[in-house]
Every structure is written in structure tokens, then in C-alpha cells.
Design a protein around this ligand. Structure first.
Ligand SMILES: [Zn+2]
Length: 66
């Protein structure tokens, strides 16, 4: 269920992994994009990972999907 054109946060200076999903850019799909503007980042893997591990893979009571 990978949507095309996911925007990831660029790795920080001196870093190698994206902060949004802790992946190496080389490991991500070539179609994905990168940005330093939080408003443009659509990758939400990190936000999901910070939720309690026992959450269902669906709607969140915290409304993190914004
Ligand atoms: Zn990402």
C-alpha cells in the first residue's frame, strides 16, 4: 500500500537515515521525495512508531493522522 510520491525528511547534517522513518535514502523507493520543510513531509512511519505498540493498525484515538 505504498502511495507514490511520499515525501521524507532529509537526513540531518552528519546523519545517514531519514528522521521520519529511520531509513537510508538509498533503501527507499526512487519515486520518493525529500524535503526539510515539515509541512511537506508526508511520511508518517515515525509518528506511528512513537505510538504505543499495542495500538491497532487503524484509527488512532489521538488523531495523529491529522
Ligand atoms: Zn520517511
Amino acid at each position: 500500500m505504498n502511495a507514490p510520491g511520499v515525501v521524507h525528511e532529509l537526513p540531518p547534517v552528519g546523519g545517514t537515515c531519514t528522521r521520519c522513518c529511520l531509513a537510508l535514502p538509498a533503501e527507499l523507493p526512487a519515486a520518493d521525495l525529500y524535503s526539510r520543510d515539515p509541512d511537506q513531509i508526508t511520511c508518517t512511519v515515525r509518528a506511528a512508531a512513537e505510538l504505543p505498540a499495542d495500538q491497532d493498525d487503524g484509527e488512532s484515538p489521538f488523531g495523529w493522522r491529522g
